[in-house]
Design a protein around this ligand. Structure first.
Ligand SMILES: Cc1ncc(C[n+]2csc(CCOP(=O)(O)OP(=O)(O)O)c2C)c(N)n1
Ligand code: SF4
Length: 323
C-alpha cells in the first residue's frame, strides 16, 4: 500500500504529543531542588503548545540547572559555561524555524556569561530564556554567585558575602531593546507554568527569572517567604498573569501592574521583600535581530558556498594578465 503526500502531511498535523514524549532521562537533581519544578512546567508548556520535539531545542551552559537539556526528549545543547546565549543566537540565525529555549544559572548568566546576557537582550531575538536563580554555585558545591545576598556564608565567602547581590531584573530592565521580563518563585507551580507559557508566546527575547530553591546548600534561604504568603506579591493585569481563584485565596497580597509601563517595572524590580511575581515588562513591538538580518536565508549549502566565495574573492590578488 502506498502513502500519499497528503496522508503524510495530515499525519504530521494530527500528531499529538503527551507529557512523556517530552520527558528525557530521570533528573539527577537533589530532591526538593527548584529545577524540578521548572522542568515540570516546561514539559507541560511543550505539550500544551504542541511543540514538535524535532523542532524544539534547549540550550544551556554549565551548572546543575544546565543539565536541563538532558531531561527533555527534544534536541539539546549542554554547552560551555556562560556561553548558552551566543550559541542559542547562532542557532536561531541559522534555523529561525526552531523553538529555541535557554536554561542558565545565576553563575552561568550573571557572572561568566554577563556580557553575553547584556548583548542578547539588545539583539532581542526570539528566544525563551529561563534564569534558574538559586543565588549560589550549586554544581561546584557552594561558592557565592553574583546574586548571593550580602552576608551569605559560602566556600568563597566564609565570613559572609561583602557586597549586595546583583539584581537580574533591574539589570535586564536597564538594557536597550528589553522586551519581556518576568519573575516567579519555584514553589508556586501554577505561576511557573503561566509565566513560561507567556514567555514562550512573546515574539522576542523573553527573560524569566525563577527564584529557585537549592535545599542542598541554602536550605533556609526561602523558608520565611514560603511560610508567609504575604511576602510574595502577585502582579496581575489583563496582559499579565491571571492566577486561579484557589491561588488568590492563599496569595492575598496582589497589585495591578500594567506591564507596558517601564518606569513602574523598574520600581517593582528593585523590591525584594515582598517578592514581586508576575510579568514586569512586555513590549511586543521591539525589532528582532534575526528579522532585521534576514536569518536563515543564506543557509543552504549553495548559499553558504556562494557567500564564502564572494568574501574570499574580495581579498584575492589575481595574477596580472600580461597578454
Ligand atoms: C570556564 C569555566 N569556569 C568555571 C567552571 C566551573 N563551574 C562549573 S558550574 C559553575 C557555576 C555553576 O553555578 P550556576 O551557574 O549558578 O549553576 P547551578 O549549578 O547553581 O545551577 C562553575 C564555576 C567551568 N565549568 N568552566
Ligand atoms: S546542589 Fe542545589 S541546585 Fe544543584 S541539584 Fe542540588 S539542590 Fe539543585
Amino acid at each position: 500500500m502506498t502513502t500519499s503526500v497528503t496522508d503524510c502531511v495530515l499525519r504530521l498535523y494530527n500528531e499529538r504529543h503527551e507529557l512523556e514524549d517530552y520527558q528525557g532521562g530521570v533528573p539527577r537533581w537533589c530532591s526538593g531542588c527548584g529545577d524540578n519544578a521548572i522542568l515540570a512546567a516546561v514539559q507541560r508548556l511543550c505539550r500544551d503548545q504542541e511543540l514538535r520535539p524535532e523542532k524544539t531545542v534547549f540550550v544551556s551552559g554549565i551548572g546543575c540547572s544546565s543539565r536541563f537539556p538532558h531531561y527533555m526528549k527534544t534536541y539539546g545543547f549542554h554547552s560551555i559555561h556562560g556561553r548558552a546565549l551566543p550559541i542559542a543566537e547562532g542557532l536561531k540565525m541559522a534555523r529561525p524555524d526552531l523553538h529555541v529555549f535557554v536554561n542558565t544559572g545565576d553563575g552561568d548568566c550573571c557572572s561568566i556569561g554577563a556580557a553575553h546576557w547584556i548583548h542578547a537582550l539588545r539583539y532581542n531575538m526570539k528566544l525563551t530564556v529561563i534564569l534558574h536563580d538559586n543565588q549560589v554555585y550549586g554544581l561546584t558545591k557552594k561558592q557565592a554567585s553574583p546574586t548571593s545576598p550580602i552576608g551569605l556564608k559560602s566556600n568563597t565567602t566564609p565570613r559572609g558575602a561583602y557586597l549586595d547581590g546583583l539584581n537580574p531584573l533591574t539589570v535586564t530592565l536597564g538594557v536597550q531593546n528589553v522586551s519581556f521580563v518576568a519573575q516567579v518563585v519555584d514553589w508556586i507551580p501554577e505561576l511557573v507554568y503561566q509565566t513560561v507559557t507567556a514567555a514562550f508566546k512573546h515574539p522576542g527575547f523573553s527573560f524569566v527569572r525563577v527564584i529557585q530553591r537549592c535545599p542542598e546548600w541554602l536550605p533556609d534561604l526561602h523558608e520565611p517567604f514560603m511560610k508567609d504568603p504575604s511576602r510574595v506579591q502577585l502582579l496581575t493585569h489583563e496582559h499579565g498573569l491571571q492566577p486561579s481563584e484557589a491561588l488568590t485565596r492563599t496569595y492575598k497580597n496582589r497589585v495591578v501592574h500594567d506591564p507596558s509601563d517601564l518606569d513602574a517595572a523598574r520600581r517593582i524590580a528593585s523590591v525584594t521583600d515582598p517578592i514581586p511575581v508576575g510579568l514586569l515588562y512586555w513590549n511586543p513591538e521591539v525589532p528582532r535581530y534575526e528579522r532585521t538580518r534576514g536569518a536563515g536565508k543564506l543557509r543552504t549549502p549553495d548559499g553558504i558556498r556562494t557567500g564564502l566565495e564572494a568574501e574570499l574573492d574580495k581579498f584575492t590578488i589575481w595574477p596580472r594578465d600580461e597578454s
